[in-house]
Design a protein around this ligand. Structure first.
Ligand code: GDP
Length: 301
């Protein structure tokens, strides 16, 4: 698949360059590897962790050859990802519940929140689920309009009160309508203003409270959308949002056409929150459920 190939080749090709003329994994190779991982946006702490693990392995096996470096690195990354993403999603499925499954979607503007919601709605609809969207990102007219457009494109209803209305009131109506119409999934878009964390926290808790009036267990997922092409900015946003609310899953977008796929590794390691989806393009089908091994392979193929 298009996106992942591109994001990936870089780690592999950088390693290939770094080991030219070398036979053993020595300090110089490890230094180069460290730099490669950091410039691939794996994040400093996670890079150090990976390098230490490789150092231990190399120390055990004094003759570790550079030809094995790929394999060793692949194994270490895979094991890091498995420690943090307990299970891979098989497909776009939501649990069968008596009430709608509610997904609250958070993230700053421009990361691909609306697009990801549209893509998810399309996948669930394709699998026979009844989907309802709530346009509670009422801060920007464009966000509401775009969600309505996605609703039309995918053929799902959108609850909207327009711009500058109370987000909680939209969420209230979306939950209410979701229950009344027997929706399987209600996906609620929210405004992602990070400059005022207290506001953000209050707004999100208010949204949760009103949704819980109809669906006590909601939200079943709080999905944080991050733009993978922004590298360490994505990690900074993840830090802020996980402080403001209980993020339960992540979607990392724009992994097409970027050499920054490494950010997925660092974020997964730092937050221990499963990366459920990756965005690999602007079209409706350009969303994939995250699969560890496929992802790791894509970094090296
Ligand atoms: P929002 O402000 O977070 O709701 O962001 P949007 O959903 O409006 O997306 C912002 C821009 O990013 C749009 O031009 C989208 O088409 C684009 N976009 C979203 N996801 C992806 C992706 O996975 N890959 C690429 N290349 N573009 C994306």
């Amino acid at each position: 698949d298009k996106g992942l190939e591109k994001s990936s080749q870089s780690i592999f090709s950088k390693i290939s360059k770094a080991i030219v003329g070398k036979s053993k994994v020595d300090d110089e190779v490890l230094d180069d590897l460290e730099e490669i991982l950091i410039t691939s946006d794996v994040g400093v702490d996670t890079t150090v962790k990976i390098i230490e693990r490789i150092e231990e392995r190399v120390a055990r096996d004094k003759y570790a050859s550079v030809s094995e470096l790929d394999k060793i690195l692949r194994e270490e990354i895979a094991s890091l990802l498995s420690e943090n993403n307990t299970e891979d999603l098989e497909d776009f499925v939501v649990p069968e519940l008596k009430t709608p499954y509610v997904i609250l979607v958070v993230g700053v503007n421009g990361v691909g929140k609306t697009t990801t919601i549209g893509k998810l709605a399309a996948q669930y609809t394709k699998r026979g689920k009844k989907v309802l969207l709530g346009a509670a990102d009422t801060f920007r007219a464009a966000a509401v309009d775009q969600l309505i457009l996605w609703g039309e494109r995918v053929g799902v209803p959108v609850v909207s009160h327009g711009m500058n209305t109370d987000p909680a009131s939209v969420a209230f109506d979306a939950a209410k309508q979701g229950v009344e119409t027997g929706a399987d999934v209600v996906i609620i878009d929210t405004a992602g203003r990070l400059h005022n964390k207290v506001n953000l926290m209050n707004e999100l808790s208010k949204i949760k409270r009103v949704v819980q009036k109809f669906i006590p267990e909601a939200p079943h997922d709080v999905l944080l959308v991050l733009d993978g092409s922004t590298g360490q900015n994505a990690a900074i946003q993840a830090r802020e949002f996980t402080k403001a609310t209980d993020v339960s899953a992540m979607a990392i977008t724009k992994l097409d056409g970027t050499a920054k796929g490494g950010v997925v590794i660092g974020i997964s390691d730092e937050f221990k929150i499963p990366v459920k989806y990756i965005g690999v393009g602007e079209q409706v089908d350009d969303l994939q459920v995250f699969n560890k091994m496929e992802f790791v392979d894509s970094l090296f193929n």
